[in-house]
Design a protein around this ligand. Structure first.
Ligand SMILES: [Zn+2]
Length: 120
């Protein structure tokens, strides 16, 4: 049988208060700037010049576009070639930040469970 979700019913042995978790999260998150979520892709499109050899050959022009979602709307932003490394780095940080949010969710949940247990 395939178990997709492992449900943690027991609090981990590690004792952390909610503020320990907060401090840990803030430190980790601070190192993940710049951050972005989205996907960077290479798009080919014709240019606006009237007599362009590349466009006439059908080669067109390659440019990077960053696709992201803002308030549910999908948008594409043109990314100049020299900024591509910076955008790639922020996307890596964005993915790491997403992982961090899962991890902090787990640790925060454990911390408030322990807190509730100790005040009873
Ligand atoms: Zn062209």
């Amino acid at each position: 049988m395939c178990v997709l979700w492992h449900i943690y019913t027991h609090v981990s042995r590690k004792r952390e208060s909610p503020s320990d978790v907060e401090r840990w999260f803030r430190t980790q998150a601070a190192a993940l700037w710049p951050a972005a979520l989205g996907s960077l892709s290479l798009r080919k499109s014709p240019c606006i010049r009237e007599q362009c050899e590349a466009c006439a050959r059908g080669d067109q022009h390659a440019s990077h576009v960053l696709y992201l979602r803002v308030k549910g709307r999908r948008i594409g932003l043109y990314i100049p070639e020299n900024l591509v490394p910076q955008i790639e780095r922020s996307l890596e940080n964005g993915r790491a930040l997403q992982e961090l949010l899962y991890e902090v969710g787990r640790r925060y949940t454990n911390a408030i469970k322990q807190e509730r247990r100790s005040t009873r």
